[in-house]
Ligand binder design. Structure first.
Ligand code: ADP
Ligand code: 5GP
Length: 184
């Protein structure tokens, strides 16, 4: 089984995905490649494989990615085929945390084998507040993410489920329930 999670940046997707991973040991996170620098406590090989633009494009040419996107001005993110193999060989379900375009793309590729979930913020104003509160991006980057969020919200209709992350505890239990229903 493939689980795809997408959201406008700041909606709380990482918080919810990390919660889900802590609750179920049959799920495993697919570590993507990115050309952005590590943020806060991020560790190479855990949140992402941090690589240069040059290496990223070389690996695109070698066909190493199932999908990749230029998510924010000049920053690439890509899903590695090798991650899917690694996780499936262990008998685990694969968890993807990807941007909205990537989520739609992966659902097209994996079809019924995949469940796609869109995490929505209660409002764009609250999204901005959360990004400012997270304090990991400059105001310029925050505005870029907020602007993109309005467009991404339009694409939520392409997902199997939409979960609004307003109250965190309620969103966590909705997350668990959707997965349990799928696996039942
Ligand atoms: P994303 O992965 O979607 O970019 P994060 O999980 O990093 O978002 O969450 C963005 C910020 O919002 C973090 O500081 C997080 O602690 C906070 N947050 C997440 N969910 C909620 C919620 N339901 N209510 C208030 N703050 C939240
Ligand atoms: P961040 O820089 O906040 O970690 O991530 C920015 C966005 O890139 C998030 O929406 C995240 O889900 C997305 N992302 C992470 N990895 C991938 C990937 O492999 N492919 C795509 N398309 N998006 C990704």
């Amino acid at each position: 089984m493939i689980l795809i999670f997408s959201a406008p940046s700041g909606a709380g997707k990482s918080t919810l995905v990390n919660y889900l991973l802590s609750q179920r040991d049959d799920l495993e996170f697919s570590v993507s490649c990115t050309t952005r620098a590590p943020r806060g406590q991020e560790v190479n090989g855990r949140e992402y494989y941090f690589i240069t633009n040059e290496e990223f494009l070389e690996r695109v040419n070698k066909g190493e990615f199932v999908e990749y996107e230029n998510v924010y001005s000049g920053t690439y993110y890509g899903t590695l085929r090798s991650e899917i193999e690694r996780i499936e060989n262990k008998g685990h379900h694969v968890v993807f945390d990807v941007d909205v375009k990537g989520g739609i793309h992966l659902k097209q590729i994996f079809g019924d084998k995949a469940l796609s979930i869109f995490v929505a913020p209660p409002s764009v104003e609250e999204l901005r507040r959360r990004l400012i509160g997270r304090a990991t991006d400059s105001m310029e980057k925050i505005e870029e993410r907020v602007k993109k969020a309005s467009i991404e919200m339009e694409d939520s209709k392409h997902f199997d489920h939409i979960i609004v992350n307003d109250n965190l505890e309620i969103a966590k239990s909705k997350f668990l329930r959707v997965i349990e229903e799928k696996f039942a």
